[in-house]
Design a protein around this ligand. Sequence first.
Ligand code: SF4
Length: 261
Amino acid sequence: MARMSKENVGRFFAALAAERPDPTTELDYINPYTLLVAVVLSAQATDVSVNKATAELFKAVDTPAKMIAYGEPKLRDAIKTIGLYRTKAANVIRLSEILAQKHGGAVPANREALEELPGVGRKTANVVLNVAFGQPTIAVDTHIFRLANRTGLAPGKDPRAVEEALEAVVPEQYLRHAHHWLILHGRYVCTARNPKCAACVVRDLCLYEAKTTADVPAAANASPARRPSNKDRVSSARATGRRAPRRARRRGATSRGGTAR
Ligand code: SF4
């Protein structure tokens, strides 16, 4: 898989930074605790659907103690429009109890403590550490996974590999906001189907074979010299969200690669 040069990675983030100088999460929250709850609720759900459910909830409940008093049945009812709401309600109540018992009602600013909470995995911990505590973490969601592989920015077979690849290549001055620049670009421009290449500010740097190249200078379209194998095509298709050619799927698919969440 083609990999973007270090110099072009810097140009890539400079372009995204110029486009969105002050990026942030699209989840609504009041404090680190409500951010944590919103991120837990957002697993396999859209930010819009979470914001609709939490708009009223967070007016009444903005601390672990209030959430425990609110109780699981009322919480279930408040978030019933969100997928997996029963499991999520149970996790939110339980994590609130742990925060109250072990952390004095505060959200801990370290990964190990966060990942001990029910419903909190590495991705959720990274979002909280980045947004609430300003740490330069990168939470690889489905958009970042696709974008990093598709563009050649930081190819990797699973979210953890992409996270580590990004941490290795993103220039230090862009690390703090890299997460949001990539998510927002993946959500609104470099979409899974029909990416909006004509409106893309990093189009001249992107190495995606299928990008729209009509107006791109020829020099920016340098492609890898090696002709891709069928296995390469199948792996590439999985990582970028495209469908591999039928012949490649038949001959090249010998193992299942990692998938984005
Ligand atoms: S040029 Fe197209 S494929 Fe490449 S990053 Fe931009 S939108 Fe995505």
